[in-house]
Write a protein that binds this ligand. Structure first.
Ligand code: NAD
Length: 357
């Protein structure tokens, strides 16, 4: 079956890192039997310059027609002073809303070779492999009513049963693809909305008897993530708590150039992107680490295309280049081999070719 993929390079280092991911896709078609049709679209500052809009109609239409979108990064200082609704970042927010991406997946994994980069002791994080599933389109960020008045302001944290059920189901299904343990994080000792969340997730768990469900308060979860992060497999939580916990988990790995992410809709179509931004300070200098984008491609293969074997092959190839001691500047440690963006891409491709059938 031929999959439809849309590449959105964006700004800054976006085109360089997407180029390396595209070469990995081409390798997979040559050596692992991947069948894809690739489209390419404009987004962010690049789209604003070309068409006066950070998300042109054509780009959104291509994204809606695609099985999955691989996104680089948007933004840069040259667009920081233009009208807010024309800014590059607005293009990303609009495409997320346009595709109804309600489930945000943020893995935090740490190759044993990179354990020294973490702010925690290596033995606490070496081999870390957790997945945070954050509800992305509901909760306090979107709840009505909301208001800022002269002497007070408020927001509303609201979740409907349907919203909690669909994120819970997605999290249980992801847990099934991994270690079959799901921890739901809330503040049910204080908030009614969290009590409702807990009851709803518990009710959904009846359909997933093979997954072990536990519950944790968010303050404890934040503490446990830095005390003993390897106790977790999959965490599911609401928009606000997930925003904070996924950044804590990201920092456990210590290297922003390594972190992929995915946002999925009901049809398991999705947008895949590195967690980092457009890094204008190093753009166009062959310095960017392409691995977060290549690992985002692995997530795309797993979660939107169902190509699990290929996803594992890409992840193994990334593991191999790290084990071989190759490091872009953001990861460089004494005793390793410094490489640029393109050489890192070359090395991943060579490792991938070795696993061809
Ligand atoms: P950033 O993530 O772009 O950069 C932070 C630091 O990390 C910089 O020193 C950068 O050089 C480094 N870095 C980031 N990615 C790297 C990589 N792959 N390899 C090596 N080093 C890397 O964050 P910022 O500096 O706060 O923002 C820069 C621009 O990116 C802004 O315009 C911001 O709005 C935008 N941004 C976009 C996204 C996105 O597109 N999803 C996310 C965050 C920020």
């Amino acid at each position: 079956m031929t999959h439809q993929l849309l590449l959105l390079p964006g700004d800054g280092i976006g085109p360089e890192i997407i180029h390396e991911a595209e070469r990995v896709i081409q390798t997979l078609t040559r050596t692992h039997g991947l069948s894809v049709e690739l489209e390419r679209g404009l987004i962010g500052g690049a789209a604003y310059e070309a068409e006066g809009d950070p998300l042109p109609e054509r780009t959104l239409a291509l994204a809606k027609a695609a099985d999955a979108v691989l996104f680089g990064a948007v933004g840069g200082p040259q667009w920081d002073t233009i009208a807010r609704d024309k800014r590059p970042e607005r293009g990303l927010l609009r495409i997320r809303a346009g595709l109804d991406l309600f489930a945000n997946l943020r893995p935090a994994t740490l190759a044993p070779e990179l354990a020294e980069a973490s702010s925690l002791r290596p033995e606490l994080v070496a081999g870390l492999d957790i997945m945070i599933v954050r509800e992305l389109t509901g909760g306090i960020y979107f709840g009505q009513p909301r208001e800022q008045a002269a002497d007070r302001a408020y927001n509303t944290m609201v979740y409907s049963r349907a919203e909690v059920e669909r994120i819970a189901r997605r999290a249980f299904e992801i847990a099934r693809l991994r270690g079959r343990r799901l921890c739901s994080v809330d503040k049910a000792n204080v908030l009614e909305v969290s009590e409702f969340w807990r009851e709803t997730v518990t009710a959904v768990s009846a359909d997933y008897p093979d997954v072990e469900l536990s519950h944790m308060y968010v303050d404890n979860a934040a503490m446990q993530l830095v005390r003993a992060p390897k106790q977790f497999d999959v965490i599911v939580t609401g928009n606000l708590f997930g925003d904070v916990l996924s950044d804590i988990a990201a920092m456990l790995t210590g290297s922003i150039g390594m972190l992929p992410s995915a946002s999925l809709n009901e049809q398991s179509r999705g947008l895949y992107e590195p967690v980092h931004g457009s890094a204008p300070d190093i753009a166009g200098q062959d310095k960017a680490n392409p691995l977060a984008t290549i690992l985002s491609l692995a997530m795309l293969l797993r979660y939107s295309l169902g190509e699990t074997t290929m996803a594992e092959a890409v992840e193994a190839a990334v593991g191999q280049v790290l084990a071989d001691g190759l490091r872009t500047a953001d990861l460089h440690q004494p005793g390793t081999t410094p490489v640029g963006t393109a050489a890192m891409g070359d090395a991943v491709i060579r490792a991938l070719e070795k696993t061809a059938h």
